[in-house]
Design a protein around this ligand. Structure first.
Ligand code: SF4
Length: 764
């Protein structure tokens, strides 16, 4: 028999009776959790516990991956998604969460997390109602202890009374007993395998000599989990086994390392406990703040589920993504990529913003995913099937970037073409002739990220490497030509379609030629051009694409034609490159008519990020198309650099990892994040984590260099790596203290002041 402490039983009864927990008023629900005319009720069933294992030794564990037993028993790792060549949703079971359902037979569930103090029942109810009214299907609340568990029951009751049946999920860390209590009151429990049973993570190294030693420690996991699993099963609650890269248990870290494999194995262990009780009403998540780790972990888990014949739904999210366009971009890179694989049944976009603001990106990513499904959208199906046949050989178990050969300067060249690209990822900006006028050129230099000295531009850390001009200023426009020449002299490539160069030559330009034309002319350059760039639109046959090798261009521009799936057609190009040993740098030319900056961030993250996270691509060119020009050159340049940074290619600014905040947060996270960004945002290569609480913060900071973590009301601890180096710093001194800390570790540089320059005539 399972032992449940008298305290737990008494408290659960008190909790349930106090809140008359979980008795929704008559009536069903519509989207957003409001009452609708039909009736939905929740029933519980009695069950004979004795028929299910009570101890670790009785559980049928999934065979070990590490020893190779899994391969022997269920065969080698195989596919990770339903179809590599067409977006098809992975078939998943239906998991019921109060009035909503997760799984491939249902729409993607949009969810968020409250940021209020859960103990503040009224404020929490109001915020959850705002989230439900926005359209969210589910809201998570943090539950630190019994006080919050009781509050959760009151929140549930208060929502019912207001006519809201939107389900609630209790976010649990470290508190198995409280998790059982709150299961009375909410529809879903999220547990973190990294800390649910392991207690506070101490980062101590444990060394396991053998698999036997490692599995022996499962006994205490089982002890902690069984009562909750049984209760969830009896009450019809659902569960999320929510693994986080940054908070793996020291046990898992020691045995598997800080790896996607460790995340997956940790989740499988907890799933085995659920399955041992014939409890299957759960979903998995594999979150990380690094989108590459996140993508690899979800794919690996999906792949394991295929070979184990498991069909549990996936909850997708990138943790601590931050805020604004960067937060949306990073989320889109991770979530958008996995959704494009046909994986994912529920989405949460974690932003350091009020939860209502998460709805739009969450909903748009879900909509984009649904619109890409071949089964639901004939246009998408046509674009996917129009891609020529290829064999996808990507290895989802390891990240390896295909790095294009960096160009070198050739003898006799008047400009240095080696500077036209950056080996860590190139950013190219589209420029129009009017921007080069005498009055506009100084602004253009700034927008392209140049520094200037006496009116002359020079490249800086985040300057566009090259520019793309569909049309050139006429040859007698002295000012514009002079501005172009100045940029070229400091190593900026000017890429221009060859037919435009034929009409309007430009010395030292890079001629952009379609692959078909380049093959037909054997790479002949227009007069004045020094290098060739080849444009591939994805319609070319394999043999033609293989000819890129003979043409030896500076770069290829991948600009997939509208009738083809960009994702699949681009993957095909990279497969042909791989098969033919083509190592030319490949730039994604992304054309957009987006008019909203957040939408653009989601588009870039999803459409281009999903290629870069596979290591496919050496940079990006963003071009606005359509009637209106919606974004400045500066905005698009920053968006491009954010994408490269989000895909872990090129760092041009400080990397911030900021938690989305929740009921545990001990300071104003949005305001503090803004202050820290202002003070330290100019330090490329430095990662700063801003975490609202000590409970979860240190564990979830992952690989940050410095951490700013709330410890007590009004106090923070500062970390260097995983070590606390300044304790209980008053909030008002903490930002300065963080700056001093960065200085003391030699990672600081002063901000460059904007020089006020006299206007210098542009014409040389
Ligand atoms: S780190 Fe932030 S989001 Fe995570 S539990 Fe703490 S306050 Fe909440």
């Amino acid at each position: 028999m399972t032992y449940i402490s008298p305290y737990a039983v008494a408290a659960a009864i008190a909790l349930a009776s106090d809140a008359r927990a979980f008795v929704p008023p008559p009536g069903g629900v519509s989207r957003g959790g409001r009452l609708a005319p039909t009736t939905t009720t929740t029933t519980t069933t009695a069950r004979n516990m004795a028929t299910f294992p009570d101890s670790a030794s009785d559980i049928l564990w999934t065979p070990s991956w590490k020893t190779g037993d899994r391969d022997l028993v269920v065969g080698p790792l195989g596919k990770y998604c339903e179809d590599l060549y067409s977006v098809s949703r992975r078939k998943t079971r239906t998991v019921t969460c109060g009035p909503i359902k997760f799984g491939s037979d249902h729409p993607i569930v949009r969810q968020t997390m409250a940021t209020t103090d859960t103990a503040n029942v009224d404020a929490s109810i109001e915020q959850i109602i705002r989230c439900a009214d926005k359209g969210f299907d589910l809201v998570r609340i943090t539950v630190q202890g019994k006080r919050e568990a009781n509050a959760a029951a009151k929140i549930r009751e208060g929502l019912f009374k207001r006519g809201y049946t939107i389900p609630l999920c209790a976010d649990m860390h470290f508190q198995p007993v409280v998790a059982q209590l709150v299961a009375d009151a909410v529809e879903k429990i999220r547990i973190n395998p990294g800390n649910f049973a392991d207690g506070r993570k101490d980062f101590d190294e444990k060394v396991y000599e053998s698999e036997d030693e490692y599995v022996k420690e499962r006994e205490y996991l089982v002890e902690a989990m069984l009562p909750l699993v049984r209760k969830c099963k009896d009450l019809g609650r659902c569960m999320r086994i929510g693994t986080n890269h940054g908070s793996l248990s020291s046990r898992v870290l020691s045995y598997y390392g800080d790896t996607p494999r460790g995340m997956v194995e940790s989740a499988i262990e907890f799933a085995d406990i659920c399955r041992s009780q014939d409890y299957h009403n759960f979903v998995f998540s594999m979150k990380a703040s690094n989108p590459l780790v996140m993508v690899q972990s979800y794919r690996l888990l999906a792949s394991e589920m295929y070979r184990l014949d498991w069909d549990y739904p996936l909850h997708l999210g990138v943790t601590e993504a931050g805020e604004g366009e960067d937060g949306r971009m990073k989320s889109a890179v991770g979530i958008g990529t996995i959704l494009a694989d046909g994986l994912g049944d529920t989405v949460r976009v974690s932003l350091t913003e009020d939860p209502e603001y998460e709805y739009e990106p969450c909903n748009r990513l879900s909509e984009m995913a649904e619109s890409r499904l071949a089964s639901m959208n004939p246009d998408a199906a046509a674009r996917q099937s129009a891609v020529r046949t290829y064999v996808d050989t990507r290895d989802i178990t390891a990240y390896a970037r295909r790095v294009g050969d960096h160009p070198t300067r050739r003898d006799g060249e008047k400009v240095d073409a080696s500077l036209f690209l950056n080996p860590n990822g190139s950013m190219m900006s589209a420029v129009r002739p009017f921007m080069l006028s005498k009055d506009s050129a100084p602004y253009l230099y700034k927008e392209l990220g140049f520094k200037t000295a006496v009116g002359m531009p020079f490249k800086d850390i985040a300057t566009s490497d090259s520019i793309f001009m569909r049309t050139l200023p006429s040859s007698d426009d002295v000012d514009a030509r002079s501005a172009l020449r100045r940029m070229m002299e400091v190593g900026t490539g000017v890429i221009v379609p060859a037919d435009e160069l034929e009409r309007n030559p430009l010395e030292n330009a890079v001629a952009l030629v379609s692959l078909a034309d380049a093959v037909a002319t054997n790479g002949k350059l227009p007069a004045g051009a020094i290098r060739l760039a080849v444009e591939i639109d994805g319609s070319e046959d394999d043999a033609t694409i293989a000819k890129v090798k003979d043409l030896d261009p500076l770069m290829v521009s991948i600009c997939i034609s509208d009738g083809l799936s960009q994702l699949h057609a681009s993957r095909r190009v990279f497969e042909i490159f791989k098969a033919n040993g083509i190592t030319v740098p490949a730039i994604h030319h992304y054309r957009t008519n987006a008019s909203d900056s957040n939408e653009l961030a989601l588009e870039l993250g999803t459409r281009v990020g999903s290629l870069l996270v596979d290591g496919n691509g050496d940079g990006i060119l963003i071009e606005q198309v359509g009637e209106s020009v919606n974004f400045s050159v500066d905005f698009l340049r920053n968006a491009g650099f954010s994408l490269l940074q989000g895909c872990r290619m090129r760092n041009t600014k400080t990397e911030f990892v900021s938690c989305p905040s929740c009921g545990r947060t001990l300071f104003d996270l949005q305001e503090t994040t803004a202050q820290i960004q202002e003070a330290t945002g100019h330090l490329p290569g430095v990662t700063v984590a801003i975490m609202g609480c000590i409970v979860n913060g240190p564990g979830e900071m992952a690989d940050a260099d410095f951490g700013y973590v709330g410890t007590l009301p009004g106090k923070v601890d500062l970390y260097y790596g995983k070590e606390v180096v300044r304790k209980n710093v008053p909030n008002e001194d903490a930002v300065d203290s963080l700056v001093n800390l960065i200085k003391s570790y030699g990672m600081w540089k002063d901000k460059e002041e904007e020089a006020v320059e006299e206007e210098v005539p542009i014409a040389a």
